[in-house]
Write a protein that binds this ligand. Structure first.
Ligand SMILES: Cc1cc2nc3c(=O)[nH]c(=O)nc-3n(C[C@H](O)[C@H](O)[C@H](O)COP(=O)(O)OP(=O)(O)OC[C@H]3O[C@@H](n4cnc5c(N)ncnc54)[C@H](O)[C@@H]3O)c2cc1C
Length: 483
């Protein structure tokens, strides 16, 4: 009788550099690849709308890849534990493999599943398929997460060479008999009416091939200048690999090796600085996952409890203006509209819009985090929560609370010709650059020539920068001494 193994896919929607898949295949016999849409296990967060769009297309791409190699991807919906037990019974599987997830709810769910499957005499093995190094490999001496990035990064690099990526299989075993699989269309992951995903379709190619194309384009065209361009939203100056990484369509270890191979092959040495600065960002990704792993309450509670006393405001109109990109601050509005249209926002602008919500509007960072989780194609609990807390000033290695991003100055500095703002806020496209970030200061004749009628064609600022800044600093001073 053929041995049957299950390979359970989660955030590793790829065939290349996939340790769990390799382990399942190397056992011989038949490997059943299964993806479970689990919104029912305890603590499972609802999948955001933009992520659901991505997931649909990523699974479509993966199903085609798997079928091209002779296999089949089985889709099931329900609590993971029940689906896996059912599948083991239906197929007679004697082993289950997966690549590990590190979010607190996934960790407890997976530990329970491992225990139960082992009790049923199944072989169960899990692997690192998502991080450069797993949280327990990079601990402080006391055993826990680093609170500061630099020593973390030093410790991580000191761990030595990463294993070489595992090649994708050349073929996959056919399944022995028909195994029930859901139809992807029945999962209703795509928007129906209205179809808001046009901008996502224009901007992205989900799937492993799309990820590899992005990486190649980044290394060919952007990496050399990444150090300078990474802060500029007006140019394509970063890799845009984040959604591919969030869905595991490419592994960070493979990116690491491909990028460093390119550095070694580049005799001019021009790539080195940019590539290392890019790899450092993968280090931040590990840092945030590490932080969440050791601080499972991070999604709901301030890392720095002093902020528990912060007087957050309840202002639904301000939140709506922020979500819709109608705050009257052009850089903030451009970012929020880019997010709505493409499911992505440049990192510099993410910091500005997050700071604006938290500090200018004094809205709880959890409100912004939830909006990002729903609208970002790269929504990732660890990265999202840690970055929101970082911007708020209550996170690990955080920007100090009194560092309040000036939305006007940030636009003038990082979008110097206003290309980014003009693209996403077309009502302002004819404004002279001098007034683009502060149209309310433009004289009436300039506004008229630019076709801007403040309060009608483009909003007046919903708060005054100076007053909002002072209000936030006063509130911060009040909690500064708290425990
Ligand atoms: C408020 C806020 C919320 C954020 N939410 C998310 C999120 O949900 N998911 C997410 O992946 N990133 C998030 N980020 C981090 C960062 O903005 C994105 O990872 C980055 O913009 C993705 O673009 P890129 O792939 O072109 O990045 P690149 O500059 O090309 O960087 C390469 C990779 O490094 C990682 N990376 C880059 N910057 C960071 C960072 N600050 N923290 C952790 N990892 C990083 C990403 O995986 C990224 O793909 C957030 C940042 C802020 C300020």
């Amino acid at each position: 009788m053929t041995d049957v193994s299950l390979y359970w896919l989660r955030k590793d929607l790829r065939l290349s550099d996939n340790p769990a898949l390799r382990a399942a295949l190397s056992r011989g016999g038949c490997t059943v690849c299964v993806f479970i849409l689990d919104t029912e296990s305890e603590g499972a967060l609802p999948i955001g709308a933009a992520s659901a769009w991505w997931l649909h297309h990523s699974l479509t791409a993966l199903m085609n890849e798997i079928e091209g190699l002779g296999g089949k991807l089985i889709l099931r919906r329900g609590p993971s534990q029940k689906c896996l037990i059912d599948l083991c019974q239906e197929t007679g599987a004697t082993a289950v493999y997966w690549n590990r997830c590190y979010e607190p709810d996934a960790v407890s769910r997976d530990s329970e599943i491992k225990k139960i499957l082992k009790e049923q005499d199944l072989l169960v093995e899990s692997f690192n398929g998502s991080l450069l190094h797993e949280p327990w490999e990079v601990q402080t001496k006391a055993g826990g997460s680093y609170g500061v990035f630099s020593p973390f990064w030093k410790a991580e690099q000191a761990l030595g060479e990463l294993p070489q990526p595992i090649p994708a299989p050349k073929k996959l075993p056919a399944l022995p008999s028909a195994i029930d699989s859901d139809a992807l269309e029945d999962w209703s992951l795509l928007p129906v009416a209205p179809d808001w995903a046009g901008g996502l379709r224009e901007s992205w190619t989900p799937g492993e091939t799309g990820a590899r194309t992005r990486l190649a384009a980044f290394l060919d065209e952007i990496a050399q200048g990444y150090n300078e361009t990474r802060n500029r939203p007006d140019i394509e100056g970063t890799s845009r690999l984040s959604p591919h990484l969030a869905f595991g369509e490419i592994s960070p270890r493979e990116i690491w090796h491909i990028a460093l191979d390119r550095v070694r092959a580049d005799k001019s040495g021009a790539l080195e600085k940019g590539v290392w600065s890019f790899l450092r960002e993968l280090g931040w990704r590990d840092f945030n996952h590490n932080l969440l792993f050791y601080n499972p309450s991070l999604p709901d509670t301030n890392y720095n409890s002093r902020f528990d006393a912060f007087p957050w405001q309840n202002d639904p109109d301000a939140v709506t203006a922020w979500e819709q990109g109608k705050t009257g601050y052009p850089l903030v509005d451009a970012g929020m509209r880019e997010l709505w249209h493409t499911g992505f926002m440049h990192n510099r602008v993410r910091m500005v819009v997050a700071s604006f919500l938290i500090k200018h509007l004094m809205i709880d960072w959890r409100v912004g985090e939830a909006w990002f989780r729903d609208t970002l194609v790269d929504a990732d609990l660890a990265n999202n929560v840690a970055n929101w807390q970082w911007t708020a000033g209550c996170g690990a290695d955080a920007a100090p609370y009194f560092r309040i991003f000036n939305p006007i100055g940030q636009g003038e500095k990082f979008d110097p010709d206003g290309l980014y703002i003009r693209h996403w806020v077309p009502e302002l496209k004819n404004m002279p650059t001098k007034y683009l970030n502060k149209p309310w200061e433009a004289p009436p004749d300039i506004l008229k020539t630019a076709g801007v009628n403040l309060g009608k064609t483009y909003p007046k600022p919903i708060v005054s920068h100076i007053q909002a800044r002072n209000r936030a600093l006063d509130a911060y001073n009040d909690i500064k001494g708290a425990a």
